[in-house]
Every structure is written in C-alpha cells, then in structure tokens.
Design a protein around this ligand. Structure first.
Ligand SMILES: *Cc1c(COP(=O)(O)O)cnc(C)c1O
Length: 377
C-alpha cells in the first residue's frame, strides 16, 4: 500500500547512518563497547541504576519476569489491553497471567482499584503497561504493590522519553522492559532494554542475556579472559553493535522527536474537540509523555471497519491498539473485562510519528472529520 500518511515512520538522520557504518568498519559486530556505551547513555537518560540492552523488547520482558523470580504457582496481574508479548513473557516462566480491566475507555491502562480486587495469596507481581507512553495509574500501583507486598514490574515498550514529575517511566517498579522495535519511539529495528535500580537484578539479567556465561566473547577478544564457566540456564538475547550504535545515535534526538509528537497530539486534540469522539490518553499534570500513540474512541454503535476503510481509501493508515489478549486463542479463558471490551471494539489509532509533516497531520484531521460526518448522517 502506498500510504499518503502511514501509521508510523522511522526517521533516520545522517548521524545515525554514520554511526552504523563506523560500526561495520570497526570490525566488531556482536555485543561489545558500543552496547556498553549505549547502556551508559540509557542509564543517564532514564536515571535508573542499570540498563541492559537485549535483542528485543520481548526478550527484555522475559528476562525481567525470570529474574523477578516468577514461576509456576504464581499469579501475575496484567492488562489484557496490551501487545501479546507482555502476557507471553509471564507465561514463559510458568506463572499465570491474571487479566485485569482498564480504568476507563479514555484511560486504557490498568485500574489500580481493579488490581487490588484481583490480588490473591498467589499474586506475586503486577506487570503494568505504560500505554501509549502514558503514566496511567503508576503511582497508585506502586503504593498498592508496596502495601500488599507484591512486585511491580513495568512494560515500558511505549515509554522511551516519558517522565512523570521528572521521573522516567520504567523506574517506578523493581524492573522494566523497553522496546526498540521499528515502530517504537526509540526504534532500531529489533532491540530492547531492561532497566532496574537493583544491581543484583541487573547482574542476573546480564548473565541470562548471554547463555549464563561468566565471560563474554568481547572479554576474551580483549584478552581479559581466556575461559569461562556457565552458571545458569541462559539465552542468546544479545543485541549487536550496529543496533546499539544506532540506538545511541537516536537517543540523542529522542526528546526533540517526542516534542514534535507532543505538538501533533495537541493539534489533534484542538481539532477534534467538540466532535462526537472520545480522545484517549489525555496528558495529566506532571506528565511529559512520549506520545507513542494517538487513539480516538468512536461513539458506541459506530461501524469501525467502515471508518477505517474510508481513511484507508484516502491512503491514511490506521490501526487498533490492541485486540485484547484475553480474546486470543492462546490466552483464552473466562474473563470479565467490560471496559477493555468496550474500548477495544471502538478504538482507532491515528498516524503519529516525529517525521509527520503539517500537511500529513492536516490530511488526517480532514479525513477523520469528513468520515465522522459521513458516518453520522
Ligand atoms: C512492542 C511491544 C512489545 C514487544 O517488543 P518487541 O521489541 O517487539 O519484542 C511488548 N509490549 C508492548 C506494549 C509493545 O508495544
């Protein structure tokens, strides 16, 4: 499809390309000094104690759940309204995902009240998702978890650059996972980062990222080690140097890109105010969002497919974040999630990316208004 306005588009600068080319010329491709440098920059950027770069956001989530000690017999509270990887990561460990409803149709994040009701003697953790880069109820969840002796983990895949009262999202819980997948704010293609304030947690993540080996290929290359032991059942979740170099280069521009997203978000809200539409994810006091997604919720009874098809005919791409995970075959079961289901039937994600031109933003606004008017008449 030749979109006039795609949902998301990767913005690449000459600096990014130079960093990648220099990496290939350096003769060292797998995890090494550029990865270490990116991790140092990400620690500085987020204010966390440690950052461990890995091969994907899913790998970051998996390691977060494993090192948190989740396993068979444990229950983990999670929203159904997320990408399936959030829930899979819990299931990989043998723990049982327990789906909890979202706060409201314009607030598509875990409801702290509903979480509290779902806590049982088996509840080991809450895995919260910073939906669209929004803080949601993270402060209420943090105090709930502390009060009830439950671990708070964060899926911060959308949240690169999101801060609440100056504190970076992903640093409210014991550990969190960021994604650098193609359509995320800090995109490199495939990649992820585990962030934690606990050095022992970080050490365990580092170990499991590379087969549980006590010395890396890079250490041996430098002559810092000649042999190694394997002390845990680990994985190959390493990132490589070209992507780490790209991540470091793009991190320098992330705040500027998120500022452009903030302007687009504000323009959308201004233009859509007063229409028969619910605008999700409104900013709250103290939140500096990454503005990863812009989501509208159509009126009850609307034909969403028709709405999306009309925009597609205008060559404007839309999406749905997300088809709820509890409705997917692999995670199906008995669940009562009325708010999630109401939202999921009516939500439409509109294009949002830092490289969007004013013409593209206006095209989305125009097409959305025209389509709504048509649907109503
Ligand atoms: C993208 C995403 C993931 C998975 O990240 P990958 O890097 O694609 O593995 C997990 N959770 C959420 C909410 C995401 O959006």
């Amino acid at each position: 499809m030749n979109w006039r306005v795609p949902l998301a588009e990767f913005v690449i600068a000459d600096d990014d390309l130079d960093a990648v080319v220099a990496t290939y010329r350096s003769g060292w491709l797998t995890m090494g000094p550029r990865t270490a440098e990116f991790e140092r920059l990400f620690v500085e950027y987020t204010g966390a104690a440690a950052a461990i770069a890995v091969s994907s956001g899913t790998a970051a989530l998996h390691l977060t759940c494993l090192v948190a000690g989740l396993g068979p017999g444990d229950e983990v509270i999670v929203p159904s309204l997320t990408f399936v990887a959030t829930v899979n990561a819990i299931a990989y460990t043998g723990a049982r995902p327990v789906f909890v409803d979202i706060a409201a149709v314009d607030q598509p994040w875990l409801s702290a009240t509903a979480c509290e009701q779902a806590i049982t003697a088996r509840t080991r953790a809450v895995l919260a998702v910073a939906f669209g880069g929004h803080s949601g109820e993270i402060e209420a969840l943090a105090s709930l978890c502390e009060r009830r002796g439950v671990l708070l983990l964060e899926d911060a895949a959308h949240a690169a650059g999101s801060r609440l009262h100056g504190r970076h999202l992903g640093t409210f819980g014991a550990a969190s996972a960021f994604s650098m997948f193609s359509n995320k704010n800090l995109a490199v293609g495939e990649g992820g980062v585990v962030v934690t304030s606990d050095e022992a947690f970080a050490a365990q993540v580092r170990l499991l990222r590379s087969h549980g080996m006590t010395a890396m290929t890079w250490d041996r290359h430098r002559g810092h080690a000649t042999d190694y032991d394997v002390v845990a059942l680990g994985y190959n979740y390493r990132i490589d140097e070209p992507r780490a170099a790209l991540a470091a280069s793009r991190l320098a521009r992330l705040d500027d890109e998120n500022t452009r997203r903030a302007r687009i978000d504000a323009f959308y809200r201004e233009e859509f105010a007063g229409l028969d539409l619910t605008l999700a994810l409104a900013a709250v006091d103290g939140l500096e969002s990454s503005y990863h997604l812009f989501v509208i919720v159509l009126p009850e009874g609307s034909d969403r497919s028709a709405f999306r098809e009309r925009l597609a005919a205008d060559r404007i791409q839309t999406s749905v974040h997300y088809p709820p995970v509890h409705e997917m075959t692999v995670h199906a079961g008995e669940h009562e999630l009325p708010v999630t289901e109401s939202y999921a039937a009516r939500a439409v994600t509109l294009p949002m990316f830092a490289g969007m031109t004013d013409t593209q933003v206006e095209a989305v606004v125009g097409a959305t208004k025209a389509t709504l008017a048509h649907v109503r008449s």
